[in-house]
Design a protein around this ligand. Structure first.
Ligand SMILES: C[S@@+](CC[C@H](N)C(=O)[O-])C[C@H]1O[C@@H](n2cnc3c(N)ncnc32)[C@H](O)[C@@H]1O
Length: 248
């Protein structure tokens, strides 16, 4: 029996920030393969499924992507509803195409279910529009992180340097590089930055400063995932804790 693999976005962390469709699929799921950043409360939405943690966290032992693809195909060939649950949106810095290709090659149908990406949740936590009229007509999503063996080019820095608002995923562990590469490209050292850690969770934290201060700001972070917002909107916003909003 061939089932269907659903690539579902779990949202930024809070269990009530997954889509209704995503939650419904979790309730029906036989199998859930999830990322490290997906928390217990979200996983509790899939009570009848067998859960597999196939998460990768930067700088820690991680599951090989080829193994994840093979496991996904094997599950898709044997079970009716297989949910591949990814933090945020499954199509943003989440290696979705490799998993889609593996399933299609094996004849397993794939359905994509979007989620709220961390960058958009970060804007809500900051209490600001990412595209404030008259100030920012562009938003750029970048990451300085590259897969092992992939090109170490700096196209991401070229894009972030000209963006009115840049959302930098997986940027905290590359703080020195982000600072140096942007300043080298003419970005002012006083450009505002906000770092949002664990957005939408009870441990959510926002740290503000400037590009010049980035390595110091990052040294104050805890263990949670963190996203950098670079641009004028980072300075103008007033914090609206997303974790509190969801608990209200
Ligand atoms: C591998 S990427 C996955 C991105 C995810 N697909 C998305 O759309 O948000 C992981 C990075 O996303 C960001 N991230 C994910 N969840 C976050 C959270 N709750 N708070 C802050 N940043 C988060 C961090 O930059 C983290 O290093």
């Amino acid at each position: 029996m061939t089932g269907t693999v659903y690539l579902v976005g779990a949202g930024p962390g809070a269990a009530d920030l997954i889509t209704v469709r995503g939650a419904r699929l979790l309730a029906e799921a036989d199998i859930v393969l999830h990322d490290a950043l997906v928390g217990e409360e979200v996983l509790a939405l899939a009570p009848r499924a067998r859960h597999y943690n196939v998460g990768k966290r930067a700088g820690r032992a991680s599951v090989d992507q080829r193994f994840i693809c093979r496991l996904l195909v094997r599950m898709g060939l044997r079970h009716r509803v297989v949910v591949r649950l990814k933090g945020g949106d499954p199509l943003v810095f989440a290696r979705a195409n490799e998993e889609i290709a593996a399933c299609r090659q094996a004849g397993v149908p794939v359905v994509l279910v979007p989620g709220i990406s961390a960058g958009f949740a970060a804007a809500a936590a900051l209490g600001t529009s990412l595209t404030e009229r008259g100030r920012s007509r562009s938003v750029t999503l970048v990451t300085p992180s590259a897969a092992a063996g992939a090109s170490r080019d700096l196209h991401w820095a070229d894009a972030a340097a000209v963006a009115e608002t840049a959302l930098v995923y997986m940027g905290a562990s590359h703080a020195l590089l982000v600072k140096a590469a942007l300043i080298e490209r003419g970005v002012s050292p006083s450009r505002p930055i906000a770092i949002i850690e664990s957005v939408s969770l009870n441990t959510e934290r926002i740290i503000r400063g400037t590009l010049q201060e980035l390595p110091d700001l990052v040294s104050r972070l805890g263990d949670g995932p963190a996203l950098l917002v670079i641009g004028d909107v980072a300075a103008r916003a007033s914090n609206v804790a997303l974790a509190q909003a969801s608990a209200a």
